[in-house]
Structures are given as structure tokens and as C-alpha cells.
Design a protein around this ligand. Structure first.
Ligand code: ADA
Length: 558
């Protein structure tokens, strides 16, 4: 229910995916209405709250055997305050990354868990801002209650390293102590290797780091997404007091000049941008819809999904691991300009998102790229400092994957020297009438003279809009015919350009937008209609055009 594989056999986990009392609150905290809802969900799925931007309080009685309780929230949109028997135990900002809340030394019996979720816009919120996607409200991803001892395993990271004729796996385990107890030991099993560590806490933590070598492994690839399980067990004397299993894959992703190499083979990325959004359900997408989305995307011949513009639900990433779908995972940001980037909370909220994203999603072999700051300010001095800080932070957390940022500042971008891969969002034939190839050649000249020379290049967004069901012999704008024609022609244009390493269509499915703001108030149906399927995954003509086109383009360049 939380992962697509069993990640604990010893740690007791209880699902709190259930029914809750939900109270709609005024800005002053008075109760305006009371509802029964199920979690995970968006309150926009509750009649009368479809457009509510504010705060709701969720309440639930829980029963426990007592001791130390750890609540794990996989996603609360967009700001959460957690209370246990009325005591505030956690605060978290950002809908798209997990966090935990601890209640220590709890008596056995019934207690009350409350979560106030808040999706309001204000200067305190620098990532969830009015946008061309919707910041929903609610407990939108799973909630788990864990009964833990005086120490527990926080994470187990496995880094696969390709050697000349063999592989190495770097292991890193972080253990948290709730009271310093130095009689603990740790055992980590990876394939047929077993590593033993004596746990010595310092400031409430212990980090175990080691490496193991392997002669022969089954490599993770698009065609054969082979996965392995690593096991960490924490012992007090001979008794196992906690465990954590993690799934990983042996694959190598790197750049070499203009090439992106997956296991030494040069990739041509054929992808889609995908928002976590489904008609009437919002961002609280159930697993079967996640899997259906992968079915539809793979059926077109695509090989990558960009999690535009925020970290995704880990169950979706688990499915991408299992099904050999490449992922560009992106830290939360879309069109954040200098004024917002300069707000007091921006750098901390961005740094927290990046740390939580990489710490929780580190082991997914499907993730081949970390992306940041989609179409943000890439030329003001302070903004460029923010780019530098974010790329440096990613590299400090994970050196095994390349970085990129999708920009639409074609001839004034000052950040091309920072990421490993250069990515552009270009809407020729929709927002502009340029000749796509000539326009891209011009952009490339600027990139090559401004820090991006000899780096792989991607078209991270291109596309056109269509209203599902609007057909026209005249191929008029907003018709399905026009969208199919534009996308088909652009794929044809771009896929023949030798210096490009791939194209990513904007977008997979129609998705809700903040229709009270900016130019998004003119978007029909209050949606971004550039999906090749509508918000219920009904195919437009462009789905068939992409299928016809992508299926003819090989995933690997000669
Ligand atoms: C930008 C942005 C996307 C989407 C797109 C559009 O490129 O990155 O999120 O808003 O424009 O549809 O205009």
C-alpha cells in the first residue's frame, strides 16, 4: 500500500489511509463546515470545496500499543501542521515530498491525530504559487503509522558504480537514535554480500558507509528493468529491532560530449511531461491510474516521463522502475521570477525540497536526471546564484546522475555553464511562428558561446493545445487536427537534428490550472489543454500522431 514491494518485515506499520473527519476552517480558524473524507484525497473532490483555497483540519482517533510512534506523510498539500493529542509535533511545507512526525513515549490505547492542511498562496509560500497547474489541498498521498523502538533506520542508499568489467555498490545507511544506546549493530545484505557495522551514535545519528564489488549482475535497462532488493537490519544483541528493505538497479547514466549514455548506449529520449492530475481526483492519483498512464505513455513508443514540475509519488516511480520507464525528476518550481526568488523563504524551501526529493527517491534506477527551476529567472545575478546553489546541493547529495534545467530564455540565459544537460522549452508553431530548425540552430549558437558548448541538448517542452472532441476540416487552432499536425511536424523536425539527444512533449494529459491568475484565466475548461489525452485519459488525434511518429524513432542512436 505504500511501495510496490515489501520494505519492512520487522518494523510494525499501520496504514492510516482511511476515513477522517475534515473541518473546513476560516482564515481565523473557525469551523465553516464538517465533512467525512477518505485519505489520500484532495478536498477539491468534496462537493462544495471544488475551488476552496484555504485550510482544513483532519482528525482521526488512532489506537496504539504505546512506545515511540512515527507518522510518515507521503504528501500533504501544500503546508501541514501535525498535532498528537493536541500537541504540535510537526510542520512541513511542500505537497510533493514526504516527511515524518514523532510522538515519543506514548501510552497504550486511543489517541487523537490531527493534521491542518493549508493550500493558500502568500509570500510565505514561494514554490506553491499561482500557476499553470493547480496546487490542490489535502492529505493527497498515503499516511503510515509506525511503532518504532529507541532507534530506527532512516534511509538505505545504494549507488551502483560501473567498473571496467564488473560493478560496485556503494552503501550508505543512516540510523536515528531516540536515546543514545551504543549496544546496537547493523547488518546490510546486498545480493550475496553481507556487511556488518557496530553502531556508534553521535548527536543522535549514525551513518554507515561501505562498498561491495560484484562480478556479474543483471543490469537494469529499458528493455530488461532488472531490480534487486538490499536489506538493512538493526540489532540489539541478537534481536532485530528494526529493518528497511530498498529496491535498486545496476545501471549507469552519464554524459559524454553531446551524448547521454545509458549503460554505454547513446540515448534518444522520446518523452512526455506529466502532471499528477486526473479529472475530478486532482493530484491524489490512485495506483491503477498511475499504471494506466504508464501503459498509455509506453504505447506511443515513448521512453521517458518528466515529472513536471515537482517530485512525484514514490509508487509511480516504483512502477517506472519495474516497467523500464526513464524519469527526469524535477524539484518543485515553475516560472518563479526574481521577485519571488528573492523572498526570505525561497532558498530554504527549495533546499528542503531538493534534499527530501533526493533522500527519498535516491534508489530509483528509472530516475536518470535531476531537474530544477523550470523557466525561472536565469539571468539576474541573484537568480543565477540560486541556480548555482541548487546544482551544488544536488551534486553534494548525488554525484551519480546528471543535472538539467528547462529554460525558455533563449538569448539571455546565464546558467548554461551549470547543468550537465541543456534543455529548452520551445513552442514554435503554437506560441510563435518560427522555423523550428532554424530557430533551434540560432539558440544552439548562443548556448555554445555561453557555457553550454559540447553538452547534450534536449527539447524539454514543445507541443500544442486541442480541446478534446473539437474537430475541424480546417485544422483551426484548438482543433484536434491542428494539435496532431503541429506535434507530428515538430517531432519530424527535431528528431532529424543530429545534436539533439531527445524531445519531451508538453504534455501527456490535460491538467487543471489556477484560472484566476495571469493568462491562465483564458485557458478553456480552466485546464492546460496541451495533453494528447484529456484529463480522463481519452485519446485525442495527437495520441495517434505521436504513436505513429515515436514508434519509428529508435531509442538508441547509432
Ligand atoms: C511552459 C511551462 C509549462 C506549461 C507550458 C504551456 O513551458 O513550463 O508548465 O505552462 O509553458 O503550456 O504554456
Amino acid at each position: 500500500m505504500f511501495r510496490m514491494f515489501d520494505d519492512h518485515f520487522v518494523r510494525k506499520q499501520i496504514s492510516l489511509c482511511s476515513s477522517y473527519k475534515m473541518e473546513k476552517l476560516s482564515n481565523e480558524g473557525e469551523v465553516l463546515g464538517t465533512y467525512t473524507v477518505t485519505v489520500p484525497s484532495c478536498w477539491q473532490s468534496t462537493i462544495g470545496l471544488e475551488d476552496f483555497r484555504g485550510q482544513c483540519r483532519y482528525s482521526k482517533k488512532i489506537n496504539t500499543n504505546g512506545g515511540n510512534i512515527r507518522f510518515v506523510f507521503k504528501g500533504v498539500s501544500h503546508t501541514a501542521d501535525v498535532y498528537f493529542d493536541g500537541k504540535h509535533i510537526a510542520h512541513h511545507y511542500n505537497a510533493y515530498t514526504p516527511f515524518d512526525a514523532l510522538a515519543l513515549g506514548v501510552s497504550a490505547g486511543e489517541h487523537e491525530l490531527q493534521i491542518v492542511a493549508d493550500n493558500r498562496f502568500s509570500e510565505d509560500s514561494t514554490l506553491h504559487i499561482p500557476n499553470d497547474y493547480y496546487s490542490y489541498g489535502g492529505i493527497t498521498r498515503p499516511v503510515i503509522m509506525e511503532e518504532i523502538g529507541d532507534a530506527y533506520i532512516e534511509y538505505l542508499h545504494i549507488t551502483p558504480i560501473k567498473l571496467q568489467n564488473s560493478w560496485e555498490a556503494k552503501i550508505e545507511v543512516l540510523i536515528k537514535s531516540l536515546k543514545d544506546d551504543n549496544n546496537l549493530s547493523l547488518k546490510v545484505e546486498v545480493l550475496d554480500k553481507v556487511l556488518d557495522f557496530d553502531v556508534k551514535f553521535c548527536d543522535g545519528e549514525y551513518k554507515a558507509v561501505s562498498s561491495v564489488a560484484f562480478e556479474n549482475v543483471n543490469v537494469w535497462s529499458i528493455e530488461n528493468p532488472n531490480l534487486y532488493i538490499a536489506k538493512a537490519r538493526l540489532y540489539n544483541a541478537d534481536m532485530v529491532i528494526d529493518d528497511l528493505l530498498e529496491r535498486f538497479g545496476f545501471r549507469e547514466i552519464k554524459t559524454e560530449g553531446r551524448k547521454i549514455l545509458l549503460n554505454g548506449k547513446q540515448l534518444f529520449i522520446k518523452g512526455f511531461n506529466r502532471h499528477e492530475d486526473f479529472g475530478g481526483i486532482g493530484c491524489a492519483i490512485p495506483e491503477n491510474i498511475m499504471n494506466m498512464d504508464i501503459d498509455i505513455i509506453l504505447s506511443t513508443g515513448a521512453n521517458l516521463i518528466r515529472t513536471s514540475h515537482y517530485p512525484n509519488d514514490e509508487r509511480f516511480l516504483d512502477l517506472c522502475d519495474e516497467r523500464g520507464v526513464l524519469v527526469w525528476e524535477e524539484a518543485h518550481a515553475r516560472q518563479i521570477f526574481l521577485e519571488t526568488m528573492s523572498l526570505p523563504n525561497f532558498r530554504k524551501q527549495s533546499a528542503n525540497c531538493i534534499e527530501e526529493m533526493i533522500t527519498s527517491h535516491y534508489n530509483h534506477p528509472s530516475i536518470i536526471l535531476w531537474g530544477i527551476l523550470n523557466e525561472c529567472d536565469t539571468y539576474s545575478d541573484y537568480a543565477v546564484e540560486c541556480y548555482i546553489a541548487q546544482i551544488d546541493q544536488i551534486k553534494s547529495l548525488d554525484k551519480s546522475r546528471p543535472t538539467t534545467q528547462a529554460t525558455d530564455k533563449f538569448f539571455k540565459d546565464k546558467t548554461h555553464g551549470l547543468p550537465d544537460i541543456i534543455s529548452f522549452n520551445i513552442y514554435d508553431k503554437w506560441y510563435a511562428n518560427n522555423n523550428p530548425k532554424a530557430h533551434l540552430d540560432e539558440i544552439k549558437k548562443y548556448v555554445d558561446n555561453n557555457g553550454g558548448n559540447d553538452k547534450p541538448m534536449l527539447i524539454s517542452e514543445f507541443g500544442a493545445a486541442a480541446i478534446y472532441g473539437y474537430r475541424s476540416f480546417s485544422e483551426v487552432k484548438w482543433s484536434e487536427e491542428r494539435q496532431a499536425k503541429v506535434i507530428y511536424e515538430l517531432i519530424d523536425d527535431y528528431s532529424s537534428i543530429d545534436y539533439l539527444s531527445g524531445v519531451i512533449i508538453w504534455q501527456y494529459a490535460d491538467a487543471r490550472v489556477d484560472s484566476e491568475f495571469r493568462e491562465w484565466n483564458s485557458r478553456p475548461k480552466a485546464q492546460n489543454n496541451k495533453g494528447i489525452v484529456d484529463c480522463y485519459r481519452q485519446p485525442k488525434m495527437s495520441y495517434y500522431a505521436v504513436k505513429n511518429s515515436f514508434s519509428k524513432i529508435p531509442t538508441y542512436k547509432k
